[in-house]
Design a protein. Structure first.
Length: 397
């Protein structure tokens, strides 16, 4: 088998079970390897550290499949890893009865480049690395076997695939799609999921627990939900007893789905909900000019900083929306603010929000630290996996 030899000292991160080997860490390649091929990862002294997937076009030149030199990388390996990942979710008391759940979360489940989300009888698969692409058939078979689902639908259309030299692929990989639209029940609220054209795999499962918390905090409050997408936060706020909910998004189709979601829940008071198709930054400034105020504001923007190289520009955008958010709060109001940018760490995000509160002239305190739901685990050896971070802040009354 082809050997990938590391430069002196570069074996340390692998020995700490970090799965990424960057191009600058590679001394040489003994033998030939194509994209996705399995290579033996070796230290400069010839010690075998495990096996990984080779990716000649990516700056992440290899991703580790296993740190056990005795473990073979074959179809049985992937079926076993998939089954173990699914079993962990089934064993978690907060996840086993969820209709929408992440089954595989990439590196944190020992499957770099593999994302799988389940919505009822449909599993949506996203493959983003050359190694995952190489073992696609085994992964699909493993999911079908471990979940007994009716369909595996592939959404391998992420921009990240381009960095691996891979073309996008969307379509049924196993079984057949149901004729009716996919609807899941999340925390007592029914939500439509568009697995074919929706964001990511069709829904933002990582915010499940934070949406539930929003409902718990919303009772009797006027709520502003920014970047609302299909209104997950909005409907949980209504279910929790919000006095009113204004939802803003720049996407007309997303707002149309949001309103359909409201119709799916006749137990909610639709008269308390209003919708606004607008650029959120401009809308917040307009609300400020109109001297509007709210008791609870949710800021869940798209990814402003996909990498650390974009952090400075992203920090300005986060500062801007949080400053406006603080200024639109009533005394004693709550700001639930998030960043899903990998290039913005927890410490930097808190610093940005703190600066925004100072510039807004409010005294604020953190009452909840917010993160992804437990079906989005973070490997201790892979801190980069902690992409979603949030703060629930309350200003003085």
């Amino acid at each position: 088998m082809t050997e990938l030899i590391l430069k002196p000292g570069k074996e340390r991160s692998v020995m700490r079970h970090h799965p990424w080997i960057f191009a600058g860490s590679v001394e040489t390649l003994h033998g030939r390897a194509h994209a996705g091929d399995t290579v033996e990862v070796m230290s400069e002294h010839g010690k075998m550290l495990g096996r990984g997937a080779f990716s000649p076009k990516s700056q992440i030149r290899a991703r580790m499949w296993s740190f056990d030199p005795q473990e073979s990388i074959d179809h049985a390996f992937f079926k076993r890893r998939v089954a173990q990942s699914v079993a962990r979710r089934q064993a978690h008391p907060h996840l086993r009865n969820q209709e929408g759940v992440r089954l595989i979360h990439g590196e944190s489940d020992g499957l770099p480049g593999v994302i799988a989300d389940r919505y009822g009888d449909v599993v949506v698969l996203q493959l983003t690395s050359a190694g995952a692409e190489k073992w696609r058939d085994a992964i699909v078979a493993g999911l079908a076997q471990a979940t007994d689902c009716k369909c595996v639908f592939e959404r391998s259309d992420s921009d990240v695939r381009g960095l691996e030299g891979l073309e996008p692929r969307v379509g049924v990989a196993y079984g057949s799609m149901p004729a009716e639209r996919i609807v899941i029940n999340e925390n007592g609220v029914r939500m439509e999921v568009d697995v074919e054209f929706g964001h990511k795999t069709g829904f933002y499962l990582d915010q499940r627990d934070n949406r539930r918390l929003t409902g718990e905090l919303a009772a009797g409050r006027s709520v502003l939900n920014c970047f609302c997408y299909t209104a997950g936060f909005s409907l949980q706020a209504l279910a929790g007893g919000a006095s009113s909910v204004l939802s803003i998004d720049s996407s007309g189709p997303a707002l149309a789905t949001a309103q359909r979601n409201l119709e799916l829940n006749p137990q909610l008071d639709a008269s308390r909900a209003s919708w606004w198709e607008a650029d959120v930054f401009e809308a917040l400034r307009q609300l400020r000019a109109e001297e509007r105020k709210f008791d609870l504001i949710i800021l869940d923007p798209p990814k402003f900083a996909p990498s650390a190289a974009h952090a400075q520009r992203a920090a300005r955008a986060y500062k801007d929306i949080n400053l406006l958010g603080f200024r639109l709060l009533n005394p004693g109001g709550l700001l639930m603010t998030y960043s899903c940018s990998g290039g913005i760490g927890q410490e930097l995000f808190q610093s940005i929000v703190a600066g925004a509160s100072i510039d807004a002239g409010v005294d604020a305190r953190i009452i909840h630290r917010l993160s992804a739901a437990p079906d989005h685990p973070i490997g201790l050896a892979v801190p980069e996996g902690e992409y979603l971070k949030g703060l629930a802040c309350q200003i003085s009354g």
